[in-house]
Design a protein around this ligand. Structure first.
Ligand SMILES: *[C@@H]1O[C@H](CO)[C@@H](O)[C@H](O)[C@H]1NC(C)=O
Ligand SMILES: *[C@@H]1O[C@H](CO)[C@@H](O)[C@H](O)[C@H]1NC(C)=O
Ligand SMILES: *[C@@H]1O[C@H](CO)[C@@H](O)[C@H](O)[C@H]1NC(C)=O
Ligand SMILES: *[C@@H]1O[C@H](CO)[C@@H](O)[C@H](O)[C@H]1NC(C)=O
Ligand SMILES: *[C@@H]1O[C@H](CO)[C@@H](O)[C@H](O)[C@H]1NC(C)=O
Ligand SMILES: *[C@@H]1O[C@H](CO)[C@@H](O)[C@H](O)[C@H]1NC(C)=O
Length: 769
């Protein structure tokens, strides 16, 4: 979403607030159509008749609309059709990690002053716990429905952001599920299900409508003068098919998402919102989207105005709608579609199509079923927002995402009884809003790290720097050193905030900002007890200096941990919670960003230019920390129970690979044999504390077709009691799990030896014909 699009942001933020005087003083009511209490005649309309089928109702409505009324359903700020009893509806609401005030469809008020603010997505993802993501989505949609019922929120939420965190500098990486396509796919499916799944189990009904964005290959905002509105992402067919597209495909097919948003950027010279192959061809055609395609705000204007992709605005309107766009965040299609039709550049039937897709989603949400307060979610209201249970889940999510990166013997966990004074230092030590990241809402309440820690021990606090930018001139070096030298242990809470990494703000360096390193090293050097460095950030940081500094006994990454972040940090520090989070992205050294331009989209290395490739799947250079890294206060070991050593692919008679040696066989999805096998693994907790273990199954395929050197095939989060064990089964589909995408984007199964890794466990599997 363009926060730069002030126009779209500022229009009519009050669409939803209608005063229902008959409900007493200033009660706020939801916006909905087919209100027979206001006008009994609407009951006779087919589109209001719940006993008709969905498409029949949609068709009934569309054929009643004039062209200009239809055009009102092409833009986010819907105007409604009063003659049919259809009120104005604002499509744009957001709920990335809690109901958000970003987007004009949602507001907080005296009635609902805040909503549960979960950790920023990059943090929740580090839990590697799919049921957590679904549980969060479910709470968010309950709070959203509760707010809708009192006129404070819409029903269509443009979340989640499922772009791949391709480059560590990206300011919006914090919103994503990290760098891995499988992890991102699982996150997308879990969160979308939590948001959308209807309480009555009807797959055609939506609790709220989610939106997977930004389709596609969007992961650069503003870097050294290159901005997302002008950027042409040059993406190879192979990277497209095995990195950028899989999360969207999963979101549409497995998550059954009700909407996909196209991005600002071009992909290989074509703006995504005007690309018929990407929209009508892939999302609508191949993946069979049951929902609507919406533009970013306002990518249609951007492709005309900034990219000069079309000669006239009418061409931009015609081309995007014909490409498969249904809804425009912004006003561009409202202004220019009539002229496009008049000029014969667009048929009204294409508009009918788009409007039908939009209205079908509103219908599935119950918008045309009369007063929602007498429907499935009718009892939800302000009392269901920020409940104790919901806030407990925010705390639980914050705990589960915390990643322990370094822990020397005798450092963590700290025993509160053994500590007379704890020094808490750093510009992020007592922050509130920083903890919730962007696309935020007003939280129920905050627990800052200092408050969380001070609940158990006596603390002395010094921010060390004026803010995270940590200008040398504002350093409080002596005070910080003094505080640390007089304490039994020291916790430094450092990192970033939205002034360092944000929408429209990519980083140029990935070291800690300003003089933070200087402060940390000096404080660490001034102490005798344990020194715990906590990095609060969305993107990775090159903290090599701290990794090798023996004075720094522990390092923890806490993402942006949400409203309960401080309590969760304290729980980890004092051992109330045994950390089990894992890094969802590679932490590169700073020299990665000095060598690699952010604009180079290639995932695969290029030995001829020295380009090192990106993410753990392709990059082989030094890392500060790796994808999947994360320690525990206990120790786990992994053992193979059983797995096949050979898998054979049946080929039809006369297949060339039966007579000649092939390195791979082509398997179109239609021809892919329905073959699966299982890997049974045992996880033992060999330490003396209970804890969660993230069991990551990686595979290394044979080195054909520039395949990834390593890729995540599956993951499972299990809780194991001390001195006990748990069995985990991974089911691997042969075509998915052993498949690779070749240089032309075709799916192949690589023949030969595939190596599987789970922790230290290694297993080889031979694939033969
Ligand atoms: C709704 O549709 C059903 C099925 O066609 C029909 O029997 C019924 O009369 C309709 N209800 C109204 C109020 O028109
Ligand atoms: C409009 O529809 C007519 C008749 O189906 C078709 O021939 C024409 O190509 C369409 N025009 C556009 C711009 O799609
Ligand atoms: C810590 O932050 C909280 C919340 O903003 C504030 O009330 C409190 O005064 C701060 N504590 C210190 C010691 O600055
Ligand atoms: C660490 O402390 C010692 C003694 O207090 C001092 O000599 C040295 O310069 C300090 N090193 C750093 C990097 O501050
Ligand atoms: C694959 O096989 C399983 C188990 O035999 C079956 O349940 C499933 O429907 C099959 N899937 C396809 C796509 O044929
Ligand atoms: C995963 O998250 C759910 C929901 O919070 C929780 O109940 C479960 O214990 C978590 N699993 C593990 C292994 O931590």
């Amino acid at each position: 979403m363009a926060l730069t699009d002030k126009k779209a942001l500022l229009v009519l933020p009050w669409v939803f607030v209608s005063i229902a005087s008959f409900h007493g003083a200033f009660a706020q009511s939801p916006v909905f159509a087919c209100d027979t209490s206001k006008d009994p005649s609407v009951g006779s309309y087919g589109f209001c008749n719940g006993s008709l089928g969905l498409s029949e109702r949609v068709q009934d409505l569309v054929q009643r609309l004039t062209l200009s009324e239809k055009i009102g359903f092409l833009v986010n700020k819907g105007v409604g059709v009063s003659r049919l009893g259809i009120p104005a509806y604002e499509w744009w609401s957001e709920a990335l990690h809690g109901v958000s005030y970003v987007g004009p469809g949602t507001h907080f008020s005296g009635l609902v002053p805040g909503a549960t603010s979960f950790p920023q997505v990059i943090h929740s993802v580090a839990s590697f716990n799919s049921s957590l993501w679904e549980a969060i989505g479910k709470v968010v949609s309950t709070e959203a429905r509760a707010m809708y019922n009192v006129g404070l929120a819409g029903l269509t939420f443009w979340s989640p952001n499922i772009n791949i965190f391709r480059d560590p500098r990206w300011g919006r990486g914090q919103e994503t599920a990290g760098e891995d396509p499988l992890l991102t796919s699982k996150y997308a499916v879990g969160y979308v299900k939590g948001l959308q799944s209807s309480d009555d189990g009807d797959p055609n009904r939506l609790k709220v409508a989610a939106c997977c964005k930004h389709y596609t290959a969007y992961d650069l905002d503003n870097w050294k003068g290159v901005d997302r509105f002008h950027f042409n992402a040059k993406v190879t067919k192979q990277d497209m098919d095995d990195t950028f597209q899989p999360p969207f495909k999963s979101c549409v097919i497995d998550g059954q998402v009700a909407s996909v948003m196209c991005s600002y950027n071009q992909v290989n010279g074509i703006p995504t919102c005007a690309d018929p192959n990407l929209l009508a061809g892939t999302v609508r055609g191949e993946w069979n989207l049951n929902g609507y395609i919406v533009s970013d705000c306002d990518s249609v204007e951007v492709l005309y105005d900034k990219q000069r992709y079309t000669k006239t605005p009418e061409d931009a309107a015609a081309q995007t709608i014909m490409a498969g766009l249904d809804l425009n965040c912004g006003s561009f299609l409202g202004q220019h579609t009539p002229a496009a039709i008049k000029a014969g550049k667009l048929n009204e039937s294409a508009v009918d199509n788009a409007v039908s897709n939009n209205l079908a989603v509103l219908m599935r949400l119950g918008f045309f079923d009369g007063d929602p307060r007498s429907q499935l979610y009718g009892k939800l209201g302000p009392k269901d927002v920020c409940t104790h249970e919901n806030q407990q889940l925010a705390l639980e999510a914050a705990r589960q995402g915390i990643v322990l990166l370094k822990n020397s013997a005798g450092s963590l966990p700290l025993s509160p009884a053994a500590i007379k004074k704890l020094a808490v230092i750093g510009p992020n030590a007592n922050v509130t809003k920083t903890m919730i990241g962007n696309y935020e809402g007003t939280p129920c309440k905050y627990t800052t790290p200092l408050q969380g820690i001070s609940a158990s021990v006596s603390t002395v606090y010094n921010p060390g720097c004026q803010n995270v930018a940590c200008a040398e001139s504002g350093l409080q070096l002596d005070a910080a050193k003094k505080a640390a030298s007089e304490a039994d242990a020291t916790i430094l809470i450092m990192g970033a905030d939205q002034s360092i990494e944000a929408e429209d703000r990519d980083r140029t360096d990935i070291t800690l900002p300003g003089a933070q390193q200087k402060l940390i090293s000096a404080v660490a050097n001034a102490t005798n007890g344990p020194v715990i460095l906590i990095v609060m950030s969305g993107g990775p940081m090159d903290i090599s200096f701290a990794k090798i500094d023996d004075k720094i006994t522990s390092i923890i990454w806490v993402g942006y941990p949400g409203e309960a972040g401080g309590a969760a940090i304290a729980d980890v520090i004092f051992g109330v919670h045994n950390p089990g989070g894992r890094l969802p992205v590679t932490w590169y050294p700073q020299d990665f960003v000095t060598k690699v331009p952010m604009t180079n989209m290639n995932m695969r290395p290029d030995t001829s230019t020295g380009y090192p490739g990106r993410t753990y799947r392709f990059y082989t250079g030094d890392t500060v920390y790796s994808f999947g890294d994360g320690l525990s206060y206990t120790e786990f070991s992994h053992h193979l129970i059983r797995a096949p050593t050979t898998v054979s692919i049946p080929l039809e008679e006369g297949h060339p690979c039966l007579s000649t040696a092939c390195e791979s066989v082509e398997l179109h999805s239609s021809k892919c044999p329905n073959l699966t096998f299982s890997l049974h693994v045992k996880v033992k907790n060999v330490g003396d504390r209970h804890g969660g273990n993230t069991v990551l199954l990686f595979s290394t395929p044979p080195r054909v077709h520039n395949a990834p050197r390593k890729r995540l095939l599956g993951f499972e989060k299990v809780h194991v009691e001390p001195r006990s064990e748990r069995a985990v089964e991974f089911r691997v589909e042969v075509c998915e799990g052993l498949g690779v995408v070749d240089e032309f984007g075709s799916k192949k199964v690589a023949l030969g030896s595939h190596t599987f890794h789970v922790g230290n466990l290694v297993h080889s599997l031979s694939v033969v014909t």
